[in-house]
Design a protein around this ligand. Sequence first.
Ligand code: SF4
Length: 459
Amino acid sequence: MAESNAGAIAERDEFIVTKGKNKKQLKCDTDSSAGCVSQRACVYCGARVVLNPVTDAIHLVHGPIGCSSYTWDIRGSLSSGTELYRNSFSTDLKEQDVIFGGGKKLAAAIDGLVEKYQAKLIFVYSTCIVGVIGDDLEAICRAASQKHTIEVIPVESSGFIGNKSAGYRAAGDSLLRLIKPADQVVMTKSDSINYLGDFNLAGEAWIIHNYLREMGVEINVTFTGDSTYETLKLAPKAKLNIIQCAGSMIYMAGKMEELYNIPYVQISFLGIEDTATSLRKIAAAMGDEVMIRKTEELIVRETNRVEAIIKGYREKLQGKKAAIYVGGGFKAISLVKQFREIGIDVVMIGTQTGREEEYDTINNLVDDGTVILDDANPAELERFMMEKGANLLVGGVKERPLAYKLGVAFIDHNHDRKHPLSGFEGAVNFAEEVYSTVCSPVWNSLRGKGIGKGVTDHV
Ligand code: SF4
């Protein structure tokens, strides 16, 4: 056990390593330890965050009202058309339904929604209690589909079937059902790409689309940012899949390779270095000389432009320390590099759903002494941030209050932010945001009043 891990809950020892102090393989990609108050979201939430950006779908949550309200408009995904996806419909299951079954209520809810919204697609999500009482979602959705001649697709995301990653797979299975061409339909291949794992938070997918268009790449459909029933149906005709959020989409990409012979490459548009590398990867995979030349021109122009801005922030932030706790491994890896671009060292890093190969990459990237942990709880985050003297935590909605209570600066890198952090534009936004929060006078002022117990040394 690493020295700095002493005192952690015994079952959690295998999920925490300190680089340079112990050589053990970090345990990850498994269920949470009971009683540890994991920061992870549930299975249903994992499925919902993947599917919610399908803009013209009805998202119907079969469960108690709380599941639906917790995930209402959960992503800051933007739409170029309908806003139907921003509703969160619920069957509002009560005690009577738990005892006698909620199937009739679900069928009636679907009938009512079809009449009111005339949508072509309904996703029906299963929640914890539905897994307990055993309503037959598959049969109810099939009957509703035949009755209304629209697609009513069950999302098998009840709790107890695993962790948030199981929700990603459930969403992937529902999307695979949706994109499956009807019998006898042969889809002609085009020279286009599908962009997987961008949910168009604050319009990020649109930024990447602009780069791809400038390079001469045709975009078929994005999963699932700003997508619709019609656009998703065209997915099998793409030549290549590129994956941004691997945690949520690697399963789906593997299945599409198997079913539709579409190879995939993993990319990341977070930070200057990874954005440039990813654009080069895409151009190389498409194998077009003109595209490769245009890509280099774009990278040189944009890198020069944003480097000039970021240089100023780097000088002010040099020597600060960051802690990272995000959903997936791909984002964590990019963030380590992105923090380096602005002069900041990472002293603690963890994810909710990172995979072994991603943690290996993280381990190779970070400095000795960095704490690496999977599926953390608030007590661990607090402890290691304080021990390591982090000036900043980057995380999601559940980590924000923890940072503020500790008097530590915070960057939201999750679903509900309102500004883009992808691509070259995003790299500038990120540097600006880190500077404005880390160097805010509020931290010293709070400490002067005895509020928070965060580290000193904020400028
Ligand atoms: S599905 Fe279960 S864990 Fe998720 S919000 Fe609903 S009750 Fe909570």
